[in-house]
Design a protein around this ligand. Structure first.
Ligand code: ADP
Ligand code: ZN
Ligand code: ZN
Length: 733
């Protein structure tokens, strides 16, 4: 062994760019290596950083370097490929490497916890448990039944990572089962797995599977472009089996809202205990354990949300990004990375295939497929017996509305309910009413901290701001003229629920939005009511739109498309189209045909007409043509520099300084636009402004950012604002 390097280059979680040099700790047992965690003095405090490099010399005089305090790991926690990916990401997003490193570690490890994870305990059903009456158990003890069902479906021992995502206190429920002798502890590594048999794949699924499996040894991106219910998940599972058979690992990324117990259950029934789950709902310990299981190769398939992209795997064989168009794959604060885009980089660096799946691919990915950079794998039809839904526009102009529902929609709802169908209504506005208005003078209740209206939450008796969280009691009189004639205007899910109870007495309703699902486990309970058929009308926001398999839904009503038609963001039409298709995808997934009704005041709007008559593919092609004409992404590349402060001026002066700095580079082909106030200028008591940087080619934009980003800290007014840089922003507002 060589003698220890003298200088450690350490990525320290701080907003300052670059790494920091330290001397080796005075005493250390192991030789420092890149990827190890190290505790260092920083300013007046101490922080935990990651060693990214070793050197014999520093640019800083040695007398001024401080020694690191201690090494936390005996061997590198982060392997070389993850360090390389983190460095790539820090460069591309122009974000401090220390914060990137901190983002990619599970919280426990970030805080310096030991990697010696406690030996996993595991449990299985007893012989008595296997003969137990599931229905009776569910009636008496639903929490215990959740754990029981998991163990029963697993048909082998499960450890805590396999139970940790269950709603409620699963450990208490498990203790109940142990007490009743229905379950017993056992060794985690003695499972005899009887996996559930896959269905016979149809021709389109088969050719998608073969296309990926033929190139398991090469880097390449596939776009699995399959309508909702076309069996994309079955394609993933079939490919995963092949990769596992070659003794390689698989990473599956899904959107926040898509990582449901149903999806996990489906993967687990097929893959058994080779699966590890990583998401933000897990307790720190479970998350760390799953992460370490991936890193040491015990876990063969890792399924997780955005940040799971950085999970170390000793033998990666495949990456899958499901619902690749979903906005939750992009982190919207701090280190603003896009997990899909970094998946492309990771797969390329590892020399393995990447599968991007969606029923409504992003225009970026469709463009990449058009350019031949991605290989497109179409699944044009629904799998099994399911047929596509019929979609129709309902012209709202001049129509009387009851609680936002037109007569024809109410009639169709009655028809479907009488025929024993389930109805799903989509309204992307929670609360009772979005506006509280004075009928006498026109005053509207507004947030004192934002340029926004307060939403009336009737049941809570509060007015709430959905942008900053501010809330206060509901006004009984106008704050301007004192009139008592204040009234609710517009529809929210809470108000609609009340109206539906009047319109459809005796019909049970499940409302799914952020308010009704705040309690842990509430979402699951509501979805269970939906799936079991107990609830006949399902009503919800975005949360209900995605991923849930609701086979008895035969009618989907979208109450208000018009919000999305005239959005200020250039991506608004794309998002609306994705939402409509995804919501429509909930209808008629099983043998029952579905019907989708869209209420609009603009039935001739070309976007809606194209979408309904020709489908998402044609819509997307048109939208891409428009983006090309207007030189918007993916035909150009953007970065957004945002700044905010309590006073209105500093964000502008700071951004002016940034613009001047950018213009001094005189880089041809790069445009700097602004600064302009953000569309909602004041939010949470702060004024916000932004500067847009745009270029027709990525390289030019990157060169400009490489000069600009390191100097932003030093600008005259940098300390007067909070600023952030967003490369490839998904929301330009
Ligand atoms: P997607 O992920 O594209 O929405 P899924 O994989 O969830 O689609 O499949 C939708 C439904 O069709 C599921 O109930 C699934 O079990 C079923 N399914 C998928 N492939 C087949 C097949 N080849 N034969 C029969 N049923 C299938
Ligand atoms: Zn008034
Ligand atoms: Zn507010």
């Amino acid at each position: 062994m060589l003698k220890h390097a003298r200088i450690l280059q350490v990525a320290v979680p701080s907003p300052l760019p670059g790494t920091f040099d330290y001397l080796c700790p005075a005493r250390c047992d192991a030789a420092p290596q890149p990827g190890m965690r190290v505790r260092v003095p920083f300013g007046r405090g101490r922080l935990i950083g990651v060693i990214t490099g070793l050197a014999e010399q520093s640019a800083i005089a040695e007398s001024r370097l401080r020694p690191a305090l201690s090494l936390l790991d005996a061997e590198p926690l982060l392997p070389a490929d993850i360090l390389a990916l983190a460095e790539w990401a820090a460069r591309y997003y122009h974000h401090p490497i220390g914060e990137v490193m901190a983002t990619l570690l599970p919280v426990g490890l970030r805080q310096g916890k030991s990697t010696a994870a406690p030996a996993p305990e595991a449990w299985r059903l007893t012989v008595q448990g296997r003969a137990a009456d599931r229905v009776a158990l569910r009636r008496r003890a639903p929490r215990q039944a959740d754990v029981f069902d998991r163990l029963a479906d697993a048909d082998g021992p499960l450890d805590s990572t396999a139970l940790a995502d269950l709603p409620g206190d699963w450990r208490a429920a498990l203790r109940g089962l142990l007490d009743k002798d229905l379950a017993e502890p056992c060794d985690a590594h003695a499972p005899a797995w009887t996996a559930v048999a896959p269905p016979d794949l149809n021709a389109a699924q088969q050719s998608a599977v073969s296309a990926v499996c033929e190139s398991l040894d090469t880097a390449g991106t596939f776009l699995l472009d399959g309508v909702t219910g076309s069996g994309k998940t079955e394609v993933y599972l079939a490919v995963i089996e092949q990769v596992l058979a070659r003794d390689r690992q698989v990473l599956v990324l899904v959107p926040e809202i898509g990582l449901t117990p149903q999806l996990i259950g489906r993967f687990r029934r097929r893959l058994g205990d080779r699966l590890a789950v990583l998401h933000s709902g897990l307790a720190d310990g479970e998350r760390t354990r799953a992460w370490l299981a991936a890193r040491d190769g015990t876990a063969r398939v890792i399924i997780g949300t955005r940040s799971a992209l950085f999970t170390p795997m000793p033998s990666p064989g495949l990456i899958i990004v499901d619902e690749e168009h979903d906005l939750s794959l992009k982190q919207q604060d701090g280190f603003r990375y896009h997990a899909r885009d970094l998946a492309v980089v990771r797969a390329h660096q590892a020399g393995i295939p990447l599968v991007l799946g969606s029923a409504t691919p992003s225009l970026e990915s469709l463009h990449n497929a058009d350019q031949g950079r991605y290989k497109r794998l179409p699944l044009p039809a629904r799998a099994g017996a399911a047929r596509p839904p019929d979609m129709h526009l309902l012209d709202l102009r001049g129509q009387p509305l009851e609680a936002g529902l037109s007569r024809p929609l109410i009639q169709r709802m009655r028809g479907h309910l009488e025929a024993d169908g389930q109805v799903l209504l989509f309204l992307n506005r929670r609360g009772y009413a979005p506006v509280l208005l004075c009928h006498d003078c026109g005053w509207v209740a507004e947030c004192s901290r934002c340029d926004a209206r307060l939403t009336w939450h009737q049941r809570a008796g509060r007015l709430r701001c959905h942008h900053c969280g501010y809330e206060r009691p509901v006004d009984t009189a106008c704050q301007d003229c004192g009139s008592a004639a204040v009234k609710a205007v517009g529809q929210g899910t809470e108000r609609l629920e009340g109206a539906l109870e009047q319109l459809f007495p005796g019909v049970s309703i499940a409302r799914i939005d952020r308010d009704s699902t705040r309690r842990k486990g509430a979402m699951e309970a509501l979805l269970e009511r939906a799936r079991s058929g107990d609830a006949r009308i399902l009503l919800g926001t975005q949360m209900l739109a995605k991923g849930h398999h609701l086979p008895d839904v035969t009618l989907v009503g979208i109450l208000d498309c018009d919000q999305g038609l005239f959005g200020a963001d250039f991506r608004a039409p794309e998002r609306l189209a994705q939402l409509v298709i995804q919501v429509a995808g909930r209808a008629g997934r099983a043998e029952r045909p579905g019907e989708v009704l869209l209420q609009t005041h603009h039935p001739e709007h070309p976007l809606l007409v194209t979408l309904l008559q020709n489908g998402y593919g044609v819509f997307a092609a048109n939208a891409l043509a428009e983006r090309r004409q207007t030189a918007l992404p993916p035909f150009s590349h953007m970065a957004l520099l945002r700044a905010e402060a309590v006073q209105p001026e500093p964000p502008h002066t700071f951004l002016e300084q940034a613009r001047l700095l950018g213009e001094q580079q005189a880089m041809t082909g790069a445009m700097l636009m602004g600064p302009v106030p953000a569309p909602m200028e004041r939010r949470a008591g702060r004024y916000r402004a932004q500067l847009l940087l745009q270029s027709a080619d990525r390289g030019t934009l990157q060169r400009l950012l490489a000069v600009l980003a390191p100097q932003l800290h030093g600008l005259a007014d940098a300390r007067k604002v909070r600023w952030s840089l967003d490369v490839d922003p998904q929301e330009t507002l």
